[in-house]
Design a protein around this ligand. Structure first.
Ligand code: ZN
Length: 263
């Protein structure tokens, strides 16, 4: 003999499933899954459409062991790019996930200026997949800091969001106050390489308790775009002055000379 409550339970279970289905449908209508770059409709959220994926240029080996610039051919592990030989950087290794081209530029500008903070997860995931060699062992992630006035205007620091996501994926520690911007700087966009260098020279200071905070571990600077490297160089100098031994740089996108990347 069945109790009276069983048909009621069955009906309420069906109702719940129905409501959940409607809930999902409503959510999809309010926020339909869309390509993170061009906004085209997608079946699943958090990705790019086929066309944008095909235009995103992921950087893989062979590449310059110092600057991470992609090479056309594999010339062996010790061959450096002309740029790394002409102007050796103070950091050990720089790596980026993608070439800064039109798709990468759209993603970065939406992430940086468009309040699309959900892009941090996508960009960080790609950085972990393509730059894993920098994210091994006991390193500390140090995002490029914004001056507090700019952070207040923009409300968030895109590099700090990237560092937090990379930390979530890899388990590495991230420390957004390890380096501070000690003076405001002009936007680097539109400046020549020499102007960029002057603009950020001496703009960074390591935390006064740097050695205790870092414990002598390798530092990985996290940035959204690596353009001429002047920001990474200035930040590395600040870290070195504070006693850092090994400094690497990871960024989402990188300007590659000769590729379709306009600064
Ligand atoms: Zn797209």
């Amino acid at each position: 003999m069945t109790s009276d409550s069983e048909p009621v339970k069955a009906a309420s279970g069906m109702m719940r499933r129905l409501m959940a289905g409607i809930g999902r449908g409503v959510l999809d209508r309010l926020y339909p899954p869309a390509c993170l770059s061009c906004g085209a409709h997608l079946e699943a959220a958090d990705g790019l459409c086929a066309s944008c994926w095909s235009r995103l240029r992921v950087i893989s080996n062979p590449r310059c062991p110092v600057l991470g610039l992609p090479f056309e051919a594999d010339l062996g592990p010790d061959v450096l790019s002309a740029e790394a030989i002409a102007d050796p950087p103070p950091f050990q290794r720089a790596r980026s996930a993608v070439v800064y081209n039109d798709v990468a530029r759209t993603l970065v500008s939406q992430f940086k200026f468009g309040d699309r903070t959900e892009l941090a997860r996508f960009c960080a995931g790609l950085m972990v997949r393509t730059c894993g060699e920098l994210l091994e062992q006991d390193a500390i992630l140090a995002p490029v800091p914004l001056h507090r006035r700019r952070q207040w205007q923009r409300r968030y620091n895109q590099s700090a969001l990237l560092a937090r996501e990379i930390s979530r994926i890899t388990g590495l520690r991230h420390d957004p106050v390890l380096v501070q911007r000690s003076r405001p700087t002009r936007q680097q966009v539109g400046l020549s390489p020499a102007q960029r260098q002057r603009n950020v020279q001496g703009a960074f200071t390591a935390h006064s308790g740097f050695l205790e905070r870092s414990g002598g571990r390798r530092i990985v600077i996290v940035d959204d775009v690596f353009t001429t490297g002047s920001t990474a160089r200035a930040m590395t100098h600040a870290l070195r002055r504070a006693g850092a031994d090994q400094v690497d740089v990871i960024s989402f996108a990188r300007v590659v000379p000769g590729a379709d990347s306009h600064i």
